[in-house]
Design a binder for this molecule. Sequence first.
Ligand SMILES: Nc1ncnc2c1ncn2[C@@H]1O[C@H](COP(=O)(O)OP(=O)(O)O)[C@@H](O)[C@H]1O
Ligand code: SF4
Ligand SMILES: [Mg+2]
Length: 488
Amino acid sequence: MSTPLLKVKNLKKYFVIKTNLIGQPLLHLKAVDDVSFELEEGKTLGVVGESGCGKTTMGRAILRLWDVDGGEVIFNGDNIESITKKQMRKYRTQMQIIFQDPYSSLPPRMNVGSIIAEAVHVHGIIGGKPIGFYELVIDPCVKVIDRFIVQPIAKFVVKPAVKGIKFVVHSLRYKLCKKYKAKFDEQKAEQERLEEERRNRPLQETIVQSEENQEKKEVVSQGSQKIIDETKGLKRPYFRCSTYTKNLKRYTIEVMRECGLQAHFYERYPNEFSGGQRQRICIARALAVKPRLVVCDEPVSALDVSIQAQIINLLEDLQENFNLSFIFISHDLSVVHHISNDVAVMYLGSIVEKGPKISMFKNPLHPYTQALLDAVPEPDPRAKKEKNFLKGDVPTPINMPKGCKFCTRCEHVLNICHEIRPELVEVEPEHFVACHLHFDYFALKGEEISQEEKERLYKKFEKIAIQEELPKTEEEKLIDEALKSEEN
Ligand SMILES: Nc1ncnc2c1ncn2[C@@H]1O[C@H](COP(=O)(O)OP(=O)(O)O)[C@@H](O)[C@H]1O
Ligand code: SF4
Ligand SMILES: [Mg+2]
């Protein structure tokens, strides 16, 4: 196994949700609680779990968009949780994120070119100094001139002038229309007279006369068209001070093409695109800074199915071309199955099962993973499979169960599950699961617990599935009585 690009060790992120009068935390919400995994270069780790189980928080904590409350994130051999924010700058380009909602993750007042080129410009991705004389002096001056001179002129001089011109043009048009209407009435009267004449003439003459009339009609319609063409709405004046070099523009368009966006989209704004196109813009923005790791936070869940397939294929192509590593967060198991090499299942801030994709989908070991797989809709309506759907709600991350976090919803819950939290252990090659059903908890702790104590605890946590006895139906009672009387 090669050295992993990313190692996450015991990552914790707790949100303070209640403080005392002097601001000391009283209550925590454990959004990410002791998460560990590794990711190799060029590979994809799929992260699945119900809404609110901490997937997004984990992704953000890995990129250090949140300050964490414990654990390590080792990227390319460096622990990025222990470095300063200034030192973190060099890793910013290497680690990128694609957000879930392509509608709210793009600034509405920037055009596509500026959105993609901004980080490239700031981090000096296309060579040269990131911030030079131009950016420090000329660019701000141009912006000031634009803001305080060009824009006010556009707003208070050009705009009223254009309005005035429009008014004049409209009144002219009205007058012209009136004039042409009179002409048109004349033409019509003439036409009617000619028609009347035609009716009273012999056949041969009528044909010749009608051809003449046609010519006249055309003259009238050409005249009206001319007025319409001349008085079409004038375009608003448009001022823009470009701050990016030609090279930057060329590079941006190259990245756009790579992500399936046409070059003429450069000047357009996010509100002019469909959901799929917007997500392509988000992907282009992330890709433009040449990252090595991309956290894809549910990148397709806001899109319709055909667009989902396009985006997934695009991500796969980009991964192949640029040797990218993905943390692909999703609640859609079919998408995760398609794109991932390894899969991790999260529940209430912790990973409950992780392993290679094939092993995870063929032989899911944790009851929660099994329930998630059962919840995937079957395309064939005739296929009948016994399904084990999840019951109840996810407990609050503020007050989690003492033992296994899944014990309130698990069908196979044991006594031990209410007392002791299972650890993540390897039960198959590279396949880890945190469930008492699959390992002997005390065997792991054997060195610390005496034999007698172990036996006592074993008795206490005797593995008996808790199954409430359902009251018998009348029919069952009758059958029981009949069997008893037969025995007697
Ligand atoms: N900024 C925040 N402050 C407090 N709680 C938060 C914050 N962000 C997320 N949470 C909580 O953390 C938990 C995990 O949220 P999130 O990571 O967004 O879940 P997921 O992405 O799996 O749906 C949720 O219970 C959510 O309410
Ligand atoms: S540890 Fe117990 S409660 Fe948790 S998943 Fe396994 S059997 Fe269910
Ligand atoms: Mg989320």
